[in-house]
Design a protein around this ligand. Structure first.
Ligand SMILES: [Fe+2]
Length: 332
């Protein structure tokens, strides 16, 4: 197995819900420094996933989620009986839940809209954190594929500043998925003091004449090269917390013996507790039809309840790397 994450992923054993608060600062530190952390929880219940995810931000719903936003990632379970899915949704627009490989990507790349929650208008974008709970691993294969985009960005800045420059420009990439558009984005977007990644390589992605070659190089020479990919096999009760602004995730193919398709993960999206809140210029809070697609991704958690352990997500760069970035953006 290649090792690009400098050390093994930190795994914290949490024997009970009562022990969780003591461990959360270690989880936050690991995710802020490395982009991910594994918490080995006390059971495989849905409530455990909700409890852990809710420590770090606002839980988001998903168009295939149940009433708590939880998506089952399992063959034939991924279209949940209680989900908001209906026949109008194009299933092929969502990840395959066969046993095939799923290439590395960031979640929610096509999300860029608004939702009205009470008297507030909040921005709905990609979740800052994706949390996976392993209920049962596959009998063979099915590892999570993880790509640290900090390493990709730093290598690009040092070795291919011409390509990095295009990937840092607004207008590089646009997305269309199901009933969502997200237009004219950079792959690496500066948000606060860090850089946020939106990346996908399937037919939801749109490029321009200027960015097409740079995007091809990004995937062919970096993301899809084995030295950038780590494989992690979660075991039952383990919960993987991923910084979705920094770490791409995918899944290796897995074996199904007979009809025993046992692999079962659950997934939850977590939004930042510093979500942009908009005001209408004329002070009106009125529903518009354009808001409707984003209601399926509504924040489930009350915005009035403080988040116990907020996390700062995205790619951090040190002083030397920032100098490279200034050179790349300036074209030397
Ligand atoms: Fe995903």
């Amino acid at each position: 197995m290649s090792v690009t994450l400098d050390d093994p992923v930190l795994t914290l054993v949490c024997p009970s819900p009562q022990a969780l608060p003591k461990m959360m600062s270690q989880v936050v530190t690991a995710v802020e420094k490395r982009g991910l952390c594994i918490l080995e929880a006390w059971d495989t219940q849905k409530q455990t996933l909700k409890t852990v995810a809710g420590q770090m931000g606002y839980i988001m719903n998903h168009i295939r989620g149940d009433e708590d936003g939880i998506v089952d990632v399992a063959y034939q379970r991924s279209w949940h009986e209680t989900s908001q899915s209906n026949n109008e949704i194009r299933k092929e627009d969502f990840q395959s839940y066969s046993s095939d490989e799923v290439p590395p990507h960031s979640d929610g790349a096509a999300l860029d809209g608004m939702d009205v929650i009470g008297d507030r208008i909040v921005q709905i974008g990609p979740p800052q954190i994706v949390v996976f709970q392993c209920v049962e691993p596959a009998e063979a294969g099915g590892e999570l594929l993880l790509v640290d985009m900090k390493k990709v960005l730093v290598d690009l800045l040092r070795d291919r500043p011409d390509i990095a420059r295009i990937l840092l420009e607004p207008g590089c990439v646009s997305f269309c998925r199901d009933n969502q558009f997200a237009l004219d984005l950079p792959v690496f977007q500066k948000i606060g003091d860090r850089w946020r990644v939106r990346a996908h390589c399937d037919n939801r992605v749109f490029v321009t004449d200027r960015s097409a070659e740079a995007m091809q190089i990004l995937f062919d020479e970096y993301i899809n090269q084995p030295q950038y990919t780590d494989k992690i096999l979660l075991t039952s009760r383990q919960i993987l917390v991923i910084d979705n602004y920094r770490i791409l995730h995918g899944r290796a193919a897995y074996q199904v013996f007979g009809d025993r398709n046992v692999r079962h993960h659950r997934r939850l999206w977590v939004a930042s507790d510093r979500l942009p809140i908009f005001q209408n210029f004329q002070g009106e809070v009125k529903m518009k039809r354009a808001f409707e697609p984003y209601q399926a991704y509504r924040i489930v958690t009350s915005l009035d309840v403080p988040v116990p352990y907020p996390i700062c997500c995205g790619i951090p760069l040190n002083d030397e790397e920032r100098e490279w970035l200034v050179c790349a953006e300036g074209g030397f």
